[in-house]
Write a protein that binds this ligand. Structure first.
Ligand code: ADP
Ligand code: UVW
Ligand code: MG
Length: 423
């Protein structure tokens, strides 16, 4: 029996699932277990395991010694061998989520050449590609006989039309340096599209959707006839919606005004930079978003503290409320724009990602505002329940409002089965 291990290297987490492929086309994969290591960038990291046969996860363990994704991966391998008695030499394939794929338009087997090509893209996904490569390295050393395949977030967005992926800058420089909108969270959007298609009993190619993947990194995607037509992230994942530590879209000139010395046009280099661009990148990627506004990356805490509790001051409450309101506002920017781009022909608005799946408050706030576009009213009871796959949270007439529990690990294993194992 050869296992498929799938590894999802997110900005703040590592999520891993183990599957066994079957001969059954209706159920090509048997899910064995899923583990997640969260808060990697704000330790202590939390290690949680959910065996497939159990409805709930095991008690989360805190780990002070996990500071990066490769240490998290090593801890997972130790857990597999020691606690699950799984012989790691039985892992035949490893699917790695790599966020930025540049010009790659399909998954690639990891070898020296592709590894070095992916390394060259690291600057375009500063919170992701380097971390994924460090995991791939540990994985190749620990599992030398397994075939590692890189699955890119960007592939799903290869259908973006030129007027959407082109930035209005010098075309020659843009072409030479690959400066264009790529879009991310594509593995998640591929999974959501299939899950929503099953739920609505309509083929993916017939669907127009507004998808929201709201997690540590957050993005929106406009699906037209089953394909990505627009998405909120850009050249890098910092653009679009704000996230745990990311600013989201800002006026690009803000970078130069972050320092008060750069507020006039000057050719005197000593006056130009107080904050060099690389530091600006660090600020916008790692020191902005919810962390900068509220001091936490935990959106559940932000929602909780946006309500006034005993002992809290009105000012403290307002800080959290502001973060919540900013998120709702920026999400609405995309819901409104994508609705118009789809000519109002929208099958559903879909919430997903850690915040989209777990926060009834965020879903309610966004949906109430989107109701004017003809979306259903929210059914409060349905909105507060959790579910599996995709489920409705709207009621009455109108365009459907859904939640979908995304599963990037499953999507990679499914694509592997389809492309490699069933050939
Ligand atoms: N009950 C909840 N309410 C609101 N947000 C939540 C809840 N549970 C988890 N989250 C948020 O979900 C985010 C993580 O989402 P996830 O999609 O798992 O992230 P990633 O894969 O990018 O690491 C965290 O910011 C966390 O605060
Ligand atoms: C692209 C991206 O932001 O991914 P994540 O949300 O997993 O950090
Ligand atoms: Mg994620």
């Amino acid at each position: 029996m050869a296992y498929i291990l799938t590894v999802n290297t997110g900005s703040s987490s590592l999520k891993l699932s183990l599957f066994v492929p079957t001969e059954n086309d209706a159920q090509p994969l048997v899910h064995h277990l899923t583990a997640s290591i969260t808060s990697i960038s704000s330790p202590p990291a939390t290690f949680t395991v959910k065996p497939a046969e159990q409805a709930v996860s095991t008690t989360p363990e805190k780990h002070d010694d996990i500071h990066d994704h490769s240490a998290a991966f090593s801890r997972f391998l130790e857990f597999l061998e020691r606690d699950c008695s799984i012989d790691k030499s039985k892992i035949g394939h490893v699917c790695h989520r790599v966020v930025h794929g540049g010009k790659y338009d399909e998954p690639v087997v990891v070898n020296e050449k592709s590894f070095s090509k992916i390394s060259r893209l690291s600057d375009l996904a500063p919170l992701h590609n380097g971390a994924a490569l460090s995991v791939i390295k540990v994985c190749s050393d620990a599992l030398p006989d397994a075939v590692s395949v890189a699955y890119f977030d960007t592939i799903f967005h290869k259908s973006l039309p030129p007027h959407i992926y082109t930035y209005p800058i010098n075309p020659k420089i843009a072409q030479e340096r690959g400066l264009r909108k790529y879009g991310f969270h594509g593995i998640s959007y591929a999974y959501i599209l299939n899950a929503v298609s099953t739920h609505l009993s309509k083929p993916p190619s017939s669907l127009n959707l507004i998808l929201l993947h709201l997690g540590s990194g957050a993005s929106a995607c406009c699906i037209r006839s089953g394909k990505s037509y627009d998405t909120s992230m850009g050249l890098t994942p910092v653009s679009g919606l704000p996230g745990a530590t990311r600013s989201g879209a800002i006026d690009p000139n803000l970078i130069f005004h972050y320092t008060n010395k750069a507020n006039k046009i000057t050719h005197d280099p000593s006056l130009v930079v107080d904050v060099p661009v690389t530091l600006a990148e660090d600020v916008l990627n790692r020191k902005s978003g919810w962390k900068a506004l509220c001091g936490t990356t935990d959106f559940a805490e932000i929602i909780d503290k946006a309500e006034l509790h005993k002992g809290d001051t009105e000012e403290q409450k307002n800080t959290y409320r502001l973060a919540f309101d900013i998120f709702v506002d920026r999400i609405l920017n995309y819901v409104g724009a994508y609705f118009v781009k789809l000519g109002g022909e929208v099958d559903a608005l879909v919430f997903s990602g850690g915040i989209g799946e777990k926060s009834w408050q965020l879903r309610k706030a966004v949906s109430e505002r989107a109701k004017c576009l003809g979306f259903q009213s929210i059914d409060d009871a349905a909105n507060k329940k959790s579910g599996n796959g995709a489920w409705d949270i709207g009621t009455g007439t109108g365009k459907r409002v859904l939640v979908c529990e995304t599963d990037e690990q499953y999507e990679m294993a499914r694509q592997l089965c389809e492309a490699v194992l069933k050939k």
